[in-house]
Design a protein around this ligand. Structure first.
Ligand SMILES: [Zn+2]
Ligand SMILES: [Zn+2]
Length: 235
């Protein structure tokens, strides 16, 4: 009887240790994500399982227009990806975002969108990028330009908060496209496992406000580029 009690006690302490470790991991993840949020208007989700599942896929990127995005905007993004990273892209039919709308905030939940994008990752695609012009948010932030899975397959980016008109300035299509391209590369970089870069000119430099996006280039710095290239070389 005392032997049984001993075993039960061991199981109990094992379970409580497991619970403690899970809480610890969650706390660490939450803290890391929060730091990202504080320094950048984008957001990260951590994923190991997706990394495993993308290992066997060919290097093409799926671009998903969310609600309505003009064709020429998407085609310019395709050309930018092809020019910078020499990766093939494919534009899918538009995805209606009604499922991610939060009526209490009148905004769209970017994490919910990421989850859906992962569910529709096409065969042969190793990344899926959602592009939209609706206002995105995560619960702890007023808005985000985008959100990406660190080391994962999915990212989403919105031009809504990049529009000059929102800040009382005249509309500037060229500037809007430049900002969108930069933030798309930025989120894509996160899916390759890149964190924020100290180089002010690097596209992986964090930007909290729309004008800050204008200060950096649309290119990866040498070391960020080397990182991305090394991953692509393994594909
Ligand atoms: Zn970022
Ligand atoms: Zn860099």
């Amino acid at each position: 009887m005392s032997k049984v009690r001993g075993i039960l006690k061991q199981i109990g302490s094992f379970l409580s240790r497991l619970r403690f470790e899970r809480q610890l991991v969650r706390r660490i993840q939450r803290r890391t994500v929060t730091q990202e949020h504080l320094t950048d208007a984008d957001s990260l989700v951590f994923s190991q399982t997706v990394q495993e599942s993308i290992e066997s896929r060919k290097p093409f990127i799926s671009i998903v227009p969310l609600n309505t995005v003009p064709d020429d905007v998407l085609q310019r993004l395709e050309r930018a990806i092809s020019r910078t990273l020499d990766i093939e892209t494919e534009i899918t039919p538009p995805l209606d975002l009604a499922f991610a709308f939060d009526s209490s905030r009148n905004q769209y939940n970017s994490t919910v969108i990421l989850t859906r994008l992962l569910e529709i990752l096409p065969d042969g695609a190793f990344k899926i990028l959602g592009v939209t012009n609706v206002d995105l948010f995560i619960p702890i932030l007023t808005f985000v330009f985008g959100e990406a899975q660190l080391n994962g397959a999915a990212a989403v980016v919105s031009m809504y908060r990049m529009e000059n008109e929102l800040y009382g300035l005249p509309r500037d299509e060229r500037n809007l496209q430049d900002r969108l391209t930069k933030e798309l590369f930025h989120e894509l970089g996160h899916t390759f496992g890149l964190l924020h870069c100290d180089d002010y000119d690097c596209v992986m430099h964090a930007s909290t406000y729309a004008e800050e996006i204008d200060l950096k280039s649309d290119s990866f710095c040498a070391s960020c580029y080397e990182w991305v290239s090394s991953i692509l070389a393994d594909k």
